[in-house]
Ligand binder design. Structure first.
Ligand code: NAD
Ligand code: DAU
Length: 350
């Protein structure tokens, strides 16, 4: 039986990737390796955790001896690496946590794979999930391609950029087979409500202010998370060794336009008079080092692997809102306790 380790599988994107691999490939054993930080939640996988080809491992990727032992014992055929500290605002408050997990944790995994796979590099793959933020910021025009120079601006994107460089260096130096993908902003079910869309959905439900950073004219390229999981599946099975693929939604939105659309859709779904949620919009102090615009040129993955987004933004956003409205218990569980403290600390000086 083939085996695959997916790190960060209890998080937002990771849980969609785990679900896809476990259900689509019953003859592949999927090991979900996750430390269950504030962002990891086994509730995200309760529909599939009974399946015989799934095992959860509560482990920290920064643990040197555990990664060495586990990866050499399991001898996976591939590893898809999603575990990371992923929120830009938290990286501004505590950069070292991002260095530890995103840089040191990744190098630790690379060492463990290099050692475990030393006699069988040719039949293994280290697939590293990265972000478009490593490319820095765009002006009003242009798109990030696979050859855009790295120019990260936040501690988060600097830590992701460093991890990408290490993956490539291990490919060149030790011959490790690897692929890196750099994706744009994801949205969808199970996203922790610290990121723009789920945070604003939660605030709209509770009629709390919607804190739009700066002038609200920052632009992001949004992709439905299931389309990202489909792309990861394709790249894992058909991507070329030592290649990079950009993944994006062909779907740019200025934050303020997206927030207004969200308000409109939610007023309709909640049966509130139009304009109710828009009145909650509050412009607040900007994020330091805030990248003005991200937009991905995803033509390489489209051309070489035939991937493109399958869901329109209007469809995806509507389904996402419905999911949060139908899963209030999930939302309540993740927003109780420490979330309240996080929210007060993060937004008190804005
Ligand atoms: P997330 O924060 O929702 O989940 C991260 C997961 O990693 C959690 O389950 C957490 O418990 C786990 N984790 C964190 N530190 C760990 C450690 N030291 N050891 C083991 N597990 C640990 O993140 P996400 O939004 O799902 O992002 C997943 C990956 O995709 C990240 O690498 C991120 O950089 C990348 N990415 C995210 C987006 C996005 O829009 N969310 C876009 C492009 C790329
Ligand atoms: O581009 C890919 C990246 O997208 C991923 O690598 C990151 O893991 C992911 O967090 C995301 O980063 P962003 O910083 O773009 O996402 P976030 O949801 O934090 O913010 C989206 C935009 O909304 C950004 O311009 C900042 C703004 N924003 C965000 C929050 C949380 C606000 O205006 N108010 C807010 O309260």
């Amino acid at each position: 039986m083939k085996k695959i380790i997916i790190t960060g599988g209890a998080g937002f994107i990771g849980s969609h990737v785990v679900r896809r691999f476990v259900t689509r490939y019953p003859d592949v054993h999927v090991y979900n390796l996750d430390a269950l930080t504030y962002a990891g939640n086994l509730e995200n996988l309760k529909d599939i955790d009974h399946l015989p080809n799934y095992t959860f491992l509560k482990e920290n990727i920064t643990d040197v001896s555990r990664m060495q032992v586990l990866i050499s014992e399991i001898q996976p055929d591939g590893l898809i690496h999603l575990a990371a500290e992923s929120h830009v605002d938290r990286s501004i408050a505590d950069p070292m946590a991002f260095v530890k997990t995103n840089v040191i944790g990744t190098v630790n995994l690379l060492n463990a794979c290099r050692d475990a796979w030393k006699d069988r590099y040719h039949e293994t793959l280290f697939y590293h999930i990265s972000t478009d933020e490593v490319y820095g910021t765009l002006g009003d025009t242009g798109l990030f391609t696979e050859t855009t120079p790295y120019d990260p601006n936040s501690p988060y994107s600097a830590s992701k950029a460093a991890s990408d460089h290490f993956v490539r260096a291990y490919g060149e130096t030790y011959g490790l087979r690897y692929i890196v993908t750099n994706c744009s902003n994801n949205y969808g079910p199970f996203q922790f409500p610290e990121k723009l869309i789920p945070l604003f959905i939660n605030n709209i439900i509770h009629k709390k202010p919607l804190p739009v950073y700066g002038d609200g004219l920052y632009t992001r390229d949004w992709l439905y998370v299931i389309d990202h999981a489909i792309a990861i599946d394709l790249v894992y099975h058909h991507g070329k060794n030592h290649e990079t693929y950009n993944i994006g939604g062909f779907n740019e939105w200025k934050n303020i336009d997206l927030v207004r659309l969200l308000c409109k859709l939610m007023d309709k779904k909640l049966g509130r008079p139009e304009g109710t949620s828009e009145n909650l919009i509050t412009f607040v102090k900007d994020r330091p080092g805030h990248d003005r615009r991200y937009a991905i040129d995803a033509s390489k993955i489209k051309r070489e692997l035939g991937w493109e987004p399958s869901v329109t933004f209007e469809q995806g956003l509507s389904e996402t809102i419905d999911w949060y409205l139908n899963n209030t218990e999930w939302l309540q569980n993740v927003t109780s306790g420490t979330y309240q403290r996080y929210y007060e600390d993060m937004y008190k000086n804005r």
